[in-house]
Ligand binder design. Sequence first.
Ligand code: SF4
Length: 211
Amino acid sequence: MEIPYELLGRIFVYLLLFVLLGIVLALLVGFYSFKKKKVVFPNFVLFILYLFYSPAKWICSVFSIRDTLVDEILIEVRNAVMLDDFINAKGPRAVFLPQCMRHASCRARCDPIIGYECKQCGLCDIGAICEAAGEHGFTVYVIPGGSFVKKIMKAHRPTSCIGVACYDELSESMEEISFIPVQGICLLRDGCFNTKVDVAEVIDKMEVCNV
Ligand code: SF4
């Protein structure tokens, strides 16, 4: 039987156009939700942008749009979708902070399961977040990497959490632990050292919870 190359080629091109159109639509709807703080078709946006994460970033780069936009949309849309469940969640609550927020002179010991055990020495913002967390029923985990999230989930089974990380790590981690209500906050200054988060924003997220 002769292989219909022309027909197959056409189907391939149409499929490609269809996918590109879907990604552009998801980006536009997600951007609208992000800007207006009004979530529209969240499941469509999350599904398409996670499935076609790299092509969506490529489309942004083609149009000279900042490459963090895809992550910003994913984080904000998921935050909006999960906010009510996060507020009303019962049981242990966790805050995951990246270890790069620690001060260079930090003397905290790293536990193989829960990460760095902050002594609240006051040299960095983690101490202040730990103090507020104690008041609002959260446990802070200062983790060296994403693998610690899995270990903590298994060992301590938090039922809701706040995650702090750089854009791409945060959007990826939020997807991985989306089986519990999660709220994500991006670092103000990222990198591998001396990173910063808006401490007031982290505390605000704790305060909205019904305890
Ligand atoms: S506040 Fe905690 S994390 Fe920050 S430097 Fe002190 S012990 Fe380390």
